[in-house]
Design a protein around this ligand. Structure first.
Ligand code: CP3
Length: 352
């Protein structure tokens, strides 16, 4: 079909080619800052019900594309769908974040399944098929999962924590048990990502939101190594799979990640020194990021100059414009519009 050959700017950048006007999407672009999301959310009993109802998950995935014309849609789901499909109890308390049945020791591990329950995750892949029908050919479609370390922090603590201490302690006290948990998550993540590709996503992002709390040795063991295995495992089944890695907070350890994990793009958080990151990411690997989400909340001239600084720093790289972490629920919609207009006016507004 002619449509299938339409060029998607984000895929061109993930192939290592720079676009004069960078493609743009935002982490958590489907969510509470959108009134139309809040309407759909109020129609279901729980957040997980929204994730597992294909038509509604597809609808909220498409909402930000309709409103803003982003260059990529990101599947509406959550990284904690994986522990849920491994048999752990997961729920989301309104305004309080996730609650899981905490895995405090090796015994809890024995209760997990060896791999994800296909029946539990099936609606996620059905949602992908629904989204595909509603997307214009030039819009990319991203699936995702959490990196094993980040998912493990929630599985062990049973909730969000400030410093991920429960998982770090578990890893020091029982490295063999923790390693077993990471192994289970590697297998589950590969399966979940491959199934997303088979259902129709163009690329995936792996969120390592808590990679920044680890010592250098632990960073290599619990972030870099598992990520390397996942990338190899996915590409073994989906040759040339396009993968974006997001090691949030990696900071001075970023070179280990870049050298050890052969992703197509590295997502940067807002705290990194951009020149440092630019210097260590090879020229054929795309950069994604890294506007401070609070600059987007602030708006006005502070937003304009923060956008310009990001664009200038990555002016010579294959580049995808994004935030340095998820969009804040209090973000005004006009600020998102202003940001997109500024990114697209970059380079004089000409076509690339
Ligand atoms: O980016 C997108 O628009 C796609 C959807 C998406 C969600 N979560 C929806 C969501 C994605 C990619 C995620 C990833 C995710 N989930 C991460 C990694 C990225 C990051 O933010 O660090 C993490 C750590 C989670 C776990 C999670 N889910 C937490 C800690 C929370 C509660 C905090 C919060 O922001 O409310 C969630 C809930 C969640 N996931 C919401 C959304 C839209 C809000 C819940 C609601 O609307 O009721």
């Amino acid at each position: 079909m002619k449509q299938d050959r339409a060029i998607k700017p984000i895929l061109e950048v993930l192939a290592g080619r720079r676009r004069a006007i960078p493609p743009v999407w935002l982490m958590r672009q489907a969510g509470r800052y959108l009134p139309e999301y809040r309407v759909v959310r109020s129609q279901v009993g729980s957040f997980l019900e929204l994730c597992f109802t294909p038509k509604l998950a597809a609808e909220v995935t498409l909402q930000p594309i309709r409103r803003f014309g982003f260059d990529a849609a990101v599947l509406f789901s959550d990284i904690l769908v994986v522990p849920y499909a491994l048999g752990q109890e997961v729920s989301f308390e309104s305004g309080e974040g996730p609650r899981l049945e905490a895995l405090t020791d090796g015994r809890g591990l024995g209760l997990l399944r060896e791999t994800i329950d296909a029946n539990v995750v099936e609606p996620v892949y059905e949602a992908i098929a629904c989204v595909k029908q509603g997307l214009a050919p030039e819009v990319g479609f991203l699936g995702f999962c959490g990196a094993p370390w980040t998912v493990a922090t929630y599985m062990v603590a049973g909730r969000s924590t400030d410093d991920q201490a429960p998982a770090r302690l578990f890893a020091y006290r029982d490295p063999a048990g923790f390693s077993r948990l990471i192994e289970i998550l590697i297998v589950a993540s590969v399966e979940h990502l491959v199934r997303q590709f088979e259902a129709g996503v163009d690329a995936v992002q792996i969120f390592d939101s808590w990679s920044g709390v680890l010592s250098p040795e632990q960073f290599c063991r619990w972030c870099v190594e598992p990520m390397r295995e996942i990338v190899a495992g996915v590409r073994g089944r989906v040759p040339n799979a396009r993968i974006i890695g997001f090691p949030r907070g990696a900071g001075s350890l970023l070179p280990h990640y870049v050298a050890g994990v052969p992703v197509n793009a590295v997502g940067l958080d807002w705290s990194i020194d951009r020149g440092f990151a630019r210097g260590i990411i090879p020229g054929d690997v795309a950069v994604q990021g890294n506007l401070d989400p609070l600059a987007l909340v602030a708006g006005g001239r502070a937003l304009d100059s923060a956008v310009d600084a990001v664009l200038a720093a990555f002016a010579d790289a294959p580049f995808i414009f994004n935030l340095g972490h998820g969009i804040a629920p209090e973000t005004p919609i006009e600020h998102v519009q202003r940001m997109i207009a500024r990114v697209r006016a970059y380079g004089g507004g000409g076509e690339s």
